[in-house]
Ligand binder design. Structure first.
Ligand code: ADP
Ligand code: ASP
Ligand code: MG
Length: 818
């Protein structure tokens, strides 16, 4: 004997019912003896409740909704049966709707919807679906029989969640099956009292019906047919990476479903559990898939936990007061009061100081809970022993579940650390003493992020992902995307890292795509799917999306974008940028960003602010962290100026060198922007701050390189003319240097907390003497590198090296994910 149960999603439409019929026919072809339980068509139970409530509120529109439900069932009949076979089914279904309409009319007249009447109203859902499917099976030549479970399952009168009398129920089921040889099609969810009054078994209760029948009949298996591939590591609607759990223990399944994995309904397992009956969770729409087996005991598992589930909407009640400390019986009274009023408590946590107790409940019960507690503790509140009962809403609970937790340590550490790293605040927590589950209460806003991040560390620790939001897809951003594209396979296969480009924007269009923009097609996707750029909206959306491991990559040199860094860091989003603006403004602003990142546990990385991809800032930070002291920094930090002075030599005119540099694209459109030294000043300012010298922009002494006539020329052409006219001036600089055997170099220096930027001459013993091309060079003299400085040298400009520096910063965040 086999018991099969088809949920609302499996019997929701004509097509899905056809699929169900084919599953049943296959079973029959193999000679299986079966009982089949059906839910109401998907969504119908909710609709019936809504209609009942409207009727009791005197809203006449309930009739329209009822008509729509009726029409849905009629359409199903038309879709499943030939015209000539439809009439009896139509008559039966119409009869049920007439009965329901009468009932609702009564409700709307007396303006009252009792739990008892609601149960009767809800029962129509299963009665209708089962009637239609039974008829459809009959007309395919299958010997079937409509079986109203109300005549077999006996319960008490706790309407809405009635308790089963197993003795009578089991006997009635066995008697029924002894008599019938046809295939029984059983209405799920419904039952009745000794007086024949209709009751229901709780939402999702058709699973329970299946379990009751399975246990009574000693079935060898109960198959729960639904719309997903079995019981999964998390709700696939919320965690796209969730996957099927091939086998799970009863206890784990109970725990998971208690915390919202509604694929099976918690008490439904109990009767089957007691009799050690195998339960399979299978997919109606993927019949070949083996689904999930639910066993008495857990098998050896690959992962530390078995699954994650959540209750999306809970309220947290916190009751506190110094008068509660050490007073026996407070919690007993508290929970008795709640249970007397049928307010069920989902999770409890008490601080060991006993100063407060908090627990979560269904938010719909929140106001009632407050009243009940105020009444129960009236005396304590009056004398101030209890000073407050507060209720916080818009919260969710996440539970991680698994027998494996008993054996492995560090599970909760891992849980809290991933939440922490994603900036998710845990409001309350509880661990069951069975060590089967750890639950956390958090803000509903963080639910999706938390579920996915937790799923990531427990089930996909192999592959981690970073969600990148890239602003500016010009030279640097574009190159970065190309590098990402080229590295995708390597990073996935070798580093188990997925770089997910979740957002992109250029000056015209922006695109946010949490599932990832294809880095090979980003130009087209941005063009086709993007909307008009608005930076505030882009940032706002990134914060709202709240994806785990988010990184904002600013590849612009925009001055205003930096105002968003603070908000982003504050929302636990790391920031990576070659843009110097944020770090070279006021010191207080620089410090604030540093502190914010530290405080939020995220990264603010800007290695490419100075010397493009060269490891300059990382070197400083490494030395600082290990306790070295900086005595002096000397640096050539402009590729342009490096090129100009490395090329300017005997037999070449200065103006020609500058012209050539401009022609090669090394300079800004107006070369004076380079020659003025302000860009170099910004860079040394940043280095100063990194070594702990809190300078302001105006503290950097820039010695003007150009004579006034050049500096003040009204146009670029005029500037070149003045440069030519000043040839002697530059010649003299050169010959004076040569006379001493030295060369000209444009050097930024930090020494004794003072920073200067100036043209200097250096001799052959100086590390900068042999510099060539457009290389940057930095020499650090520290306590540890006193005799010979630590020198970092290499190309310090260009899209390739800058993008790869940005890439390296992004990679360093990935290693921090652990
Ligand atoms: P049915 O109509 O078959 O009773 P339900 O809607 O009650 O189906 O339950 C199936 C749904 O449960 C799935 O569509 C899925 O979104 C949800 N669900 C929640 N948690 C889980 C989980 N851990 N594994 C599988 N499904 C889950
Ligand atoms: N139709 C009922 C409900 O929606 C029972 C079930 O589907 O299991 O709760
Ligand atoms: Mg269900």
């Amino acid at each position: 004997m086999k018991v099969l149960k088809f949920g609302g999603t499996s019997v929701g439409t004509v097509d899905t019912i056809k699929q169900v019929i084919s599953i049943l026919e296959n079973n029959l072809a193999q000679g299986e003896r079966m009982a089949v339980i059906f839910s109401a068509m998907g969504g119908v139970t909710n609709r019936l409740i809504e209609i009942g409530r409207m009727a009791s509120a005197g809203q006449a529109e309930y009739l329209e909704l009822l008509k729509a439900v009726e029409e849905r069932h009629f359409a199903t009949i038309r879709g499943l049966l030939n015209v000539k076979n439809q009439s009896t089914t139509f008559a039966a279904v119409k009869g049920l709707f007439n009965e329901l309409e009468d009932l609702l009319r009564g409700v709307s007249l007396i303006r009252e919807l009792t739990p008892r009447t609601l149960d009767l109203i809800m029962s129509f859902g299963e009665r209708l679906s089962t009637t239609i499917i039974t008829e459809a099976l009959k007309h395919r030549g299958i010997a079937t029989e409509y079986c109203d479970a109300r005549s077999l399952i006996r319960t008490n009168d706790h309407f809405g969640l009635a308790e089963v009398d197993f003795e009578i129920t089991n006997r009635q089921i066995l008697e029924y099956f002894a008599k019938t040889s046809a295939l029984p099609c059983v209405t799920g969810f419904v039952a009745s009292t000794a007086d024949g009054i209709t009751t229901t078994l709780g939402r999702g209760g058709s699973d329970y019906t299946a379990s009751i029948f399975g246990a009574a009949l000693d079935a060898e298996v109960i198959e729960i047919w639904t719309d997903v591939d079995g019981m999964m590591t998390a709700d696939p609607r919320k965690v796209p990476n969730a996957f099927t759990i091939p086998s799970i223990s009863y206890a784990e399944a109970m725990e998971l479903s208690h915390f919202g994995a509604k694929v099976i309904y918690p008490p439904s397992l109990q009767p089957a559990f007691a009799k050690n009956i195998l339960i399979k969770v299978l997919n109606t729409f993927n019949t070949a898939f083996e689904g999930t087996l639910v066993h008495r005991s857990a098998n050896g598992k690959e992962y530390a936990i078995t699954g994650i589930s959540s209750i999306d909407d809970v309220a947290l009640v916190n009751i506190q007061g110094s008068g509660m400390i050490g007073v026996a019986g407070i919690s007993a009274r508290l929970f008795t009061a709640l249970s007397d009023h049928r307010i069920s408590v989902i999770l409890i946590s008490q601080a060991s100081s006993e100063h407060s107790i908090c627990f979560t409940i269904d938010p719909r019960n929140a106001d009632r809970a407050r009243e009940v507690l105020q009444k129960a503790f009236e005396a304590e509140i009056a004398v101030g022993d209890i000073d407050s009962i507060s209720i916080e809403k818009n919260l969710s609970i996440i539970a991680i579940v698994g027998e494996g937790m008993k054996k492995s340590t560090g599970v909760s550490g891992k849980l809290f650390s991933v939440l922490g790293k994603n900036g998710i605040n845990v409001i309350a927590t509880a661990q069951g003493s069975s060590e089967l589950n750890i639950s956390v209460v958090l803000s509903k806003n963080d639910l999706s992020k938390a579920l996915n991040a937790i799923h990531g560390v427990f089930f996909q620790s192999e592959t981690r992902s970073l969600n990148l939001f890239i602003v500016g897809v010009g030279l640097i951003g574009g190159t970065l995307l190309e590098q990402i594209r080229n590295q995708t396979t390597y990073l996935r296969d070798e580093k188990f890292l997925k770089l997910n480009v979740a957002g992109l924007t250029n000056t015209k269009k922006m695109l946010l795509e949490p599932d990832g923009i294809d880095p090979t097609r980003w130009r087209d996707e941005l063009d086709e799917l993007g909307v008009k750029t608005s930076l505030p909206a882009f940032v706002q959306r990134i914060i709202e999306l709240n994806l785990p491991n988010s990184v904002f990559v600013d590849c612009t040199s925009d001055k205003d974008i930096v105002y968003y860094y603070g908000d982003l860091l504050d929302a636990n989003i790391s920031v990576v940028t070659p843009n110097k603006v944020a770090n070279s403004g006021r010191y207080a602003e620089y410090l604030q960003l540093q502190r914010m990142a530290l405080h939020r546990g995220v990264k603010f990385l800007y290695e490419t602010n100075v010397g493009a991809g060269l490891p300059i800032i990382n070197t400083i930070q490494g030395l600082m962290a290990s306790g070295d002291k900086f005595l002096k920094i000397e640096a050539i930090l402009s590729g342009t100026l490096s090129y100009i002075f490395n090329t300017f030599g005997p037999g070449v005119r200065f103006v020609d060198v500058v012209r050539e540099a401009k022609a090669k694209g090394y300079t800004e459109p107006d070369p004076r922007d380079d020659l003025s030294g302000t860009d170099v000043a910004r860079k040394i300012l940043i280095l100063a701050r990194e070594v702990g010298v809190p300078l302001e922009p105006e503290d950097i002494a820039i010695a003007q390189l150009l004579p006034d006539n050049c500096q003040q020329a009204p146009s670029i052409e005029a500037f070149f003319a003045e440069l030519e006219a000043s040839n002697d001036y530059f010649e003299k600089l050169l010959t004076d240097a040569q006379a001493q055997g030295e060369v000209l170099r444009y050097i930024a220096t930090l020494e004794n907390d003072r920073a200067t930027v100036e043209l200097r001459t250096v001799g052959p013993q100086h590390p900068f003497y042999t510099l060539s091309g457009s290389d940057n060079i930095v020499s650090f003299t520290t306590e540890r590198y006193k005799d010979r400085p630590l020198v970092v040298k290499g190309p310090g400009a260009g899209a390739e090296v800058t993008a790869s520096g940005v890439f390296a910063d992004i990679m360093s965040i990935s290693s921090y994910l652990g």
